[in-house]
Design a binder for this molecule. Structure first.
Ligand code: BTN
Length: 234
């Protein structure tokens, strides 16, 4: 059984779980607002009202065999949104969920030893006016029953935890089928450098396979780079 703790407001569900050194596998923190929500690459995650959900998983496998964890979380959240809110989302590599061309959900996975803190932020019943202009332009917001979605999210993440190694191949096939980048030009952003390529697939470890102008294919991992389409956010 996972243990769900709820907060009206918190600094960041990921930070709070991190501070709880003795928390056990399956401890969940869910908040309606965050004052210091955190995103990937040191960015902040504006959290005025939504579902801000973190779960702690303790996994003893070597980190190299869990490279696909974030991608499988994206599949689990996508399934939960489909079941609880009847919403079909796409995935932008590596772990943004899109509704139409806009970002509905961000995922931040942090690890320390055998502790993996999986953070999920969904713009659910968020007032777009509470988002800063630059975020609002790229953000999708849904209206739905928050309790139902939290419950389904927990079920799907539990399933993901069970399937993490045993069903990696199938889950990653589902991921690749939902990934909007595939078949499209991407810019690979590496610090100040920008390189153009075409995304051609995602492998079982969630690396993006890209074809470069000379026809060669290489795989890029999420820690290394982020990608942008040539025409904006996607
Ligand atoms: C991103 O899009 O860059 C990732 C955003 C992750 C946001 C979630 S909200 C719950 C958890 N707590 C945080 O501070 N961040 C994650």
């Amino acid at each position: 059984m996972w243990n769900i703790q709820r907060f009206e407001q918190i600094d960041s569900t990921n930070s709070a779980l991190k501070r709880q050194r003795d928390a056990s596998h399956g401890t969940v923190y869910v908040a309606k607002r965050q004052s210091s929500g955190r995103g990937r690459m040191g960015r902040s995650f504006v959290s005025p009202h939504g579902i801000y959900y973190s779960v702690l998983l303790r996994r003893s496998e070597p980190p190299t065999s869990l490279m696909h964890l974030t991608a499988m979380v994206a599949v689990a959240v996508r399934r939960a949104l489909s079941k609880a809110a009847d919403i079909q989302t796409d995935i932008k590599w590596v772990n943004d969920l899109l509704l139409g061309q806009k970002k509905l959900c961000g995922i931040l996975v942090e690890s320390e030893g055998d502790r993996y803190i999986i953070g999920i932020g969904i713009n659910c019943n968020t007032d777009p006016d509470d988002l800063p202009e630059d975020v609002r332009q790229m953000a999708a917001v849904i209206s739905c029953d928050e309790e139902l979605l939290i419950c389904e999210l927990t079920r799907q993440l539990q399933d993901m935890d069970r399937c993490l190694l045993s069903h990696q191949k199938e889950w990653m096939q589902e991921y690749a089928a939902a990934c909007v980048n595939i078949g499209k030009p991407v810019q690979i952003l590496h610090g100040e450098e920008r390189q153009q390529a075409v995304a051609v697939g995602v492998d079982e470890n969630a690396a993006l396979l890209v074809q470069e102008s000379d026809g060669s294919i290489r795989s890029i991992s999420s820690g290394e780079v982020s990608v942008r389409g040539l025409y904006g956010y996607i």
